[in-house]
Design a protein around this ligand. Structure first.
Ligand code: ZN
Length: 173
């Protein structure tokens, strides 16, 4: 028995099942490929399943956010350009889906960067900076394009309700 292979397979099939696949069906399909013990084959298979979900859910930003998150968890941070590309897709779909689901009150986006001396100037400068959706929908906020952090941009973002000058929430009629 190849434990590393089986552990990876069980873990990833469970994750795939949370975003729309049936574990029994995955196992059936995977067994037919006869990839027993081939880790790279397994990784390619999982990646292919994630990509086919992306194609299936084009236009559904909420679902795409979930799928890109799984892709991010699955991808190797050492493959920097792919990791950066998926992060861009993830944050863009997160911003779009939040924009679509918040019509009662206005939100804005706040950038949160990690606090340690390894974080680059670009990321530190943007910490706590707020952006409105108009800007964020037309520009890629994260990962920072010009980030020079050694292990890539690790900034995240959050959504906070806009308030008027008296501190009250702004409601849309
Ligand atoms: Zn950076």
């Amino acid at each position: 028995m190849n434990t590393k292979f089986n552990k990876l397979k069980d873990k990833q099939f469970l994750r795939l099942s949370k975003i729309g696949y049936d574990i029994t069906e995955l196992n059936k399909e995977f067994d037919r490929l006869n990839l027993n013990g081939n880790i790279d084959g397994l990784k390619n298979y999982i990646w292919r399943k994630l990509n086919s979900l992306v194609n299936k859910h084009q236009g559904n930003n909420q679902k795409l956010t979930e799928i890109y998150f799984e892709m991010l968890m699955f991808s190797d941070p050492m493959e920097k350009s792919r990791d950066k590309y998926i992060k861009t897709l993830y944050y863009d779909s997160l911003i779009r889906s939040t924009y679509e689901s918040t019509d009662m009150i206005d939100f804005e986006i706040v950038i949160l960067s990690k606090k340690n001396d390894k974080i680059c100037k670009r990321c530190r400068e943007d910490n706590y900076k707020k952006y409105n959706f108009d800007y964020a929908l037309k520009n890629h906020l994260l990962p920072h394009e010009s980030c020079t952090c050694e292990y890539g941009c690790t900034c995240t973002l959050g959504f906070i309700p806009k308030r008027d000058k008296n501190g009250r929430l702004i409601f849309n009629d």
